[in-house]
Design a protein around this ligand. Structure first.
Ligand SMILES: [Zn+2]
Length: 112
């Protein structure tokens, strides 16, 4: 599953960054183009972090919108649904850009 693979990568990255200190909070930036289910990701991270310094850490996710450029009316819009139609005219002939971010923005550790 998408979220399970992601969570392994996230936990690995934050545990390395924490250098053995217990992690309280994980802040992520995830582009809307990844279409991640935040609920599933939250669950997967909690599972993947069991027995690691990230166990029990709170997960905060900032979704980065995708830019949508309408090929019909030319409107540019930021949307959180990469499959959205043009918000201005409703056309589905749109080009999407960006929303590919996937990074650990910051972590909070105990005593750090
Ligand atoms: Zn349009």
């Amino acid at each position: 599953v998408h979220e399970a693979a992601l969570s392994e990568a996230i936990v690995g990255a934050v545990v390395a960054r924490a250098a053995g200190r217990p992690i309280r909070r994980i802040r992520l930036r995830i582009g809307a183009a990844h279409r991640v289910s935040l609920e599933a990701l939250d669950e997967a991270v909690h599972e993947a972090s069991a027995g690691t310094p990230a166990e029990g850490a709170a997960l905060e996710v900032e979704t980065v919108p995708v830019s949508l450029l309408c090929q019909v009316c030319g409107a540019a819009s930021d949307v959180e649904d990469p499959w959205a139609a043009c918000p201005a005219c409703g056309a589905v002939d749109v080009e999407t850009r960006g929303g590919q971010e996937l990074l650990v923005e910051s972590i909070e550790v105990d005593g750090g």
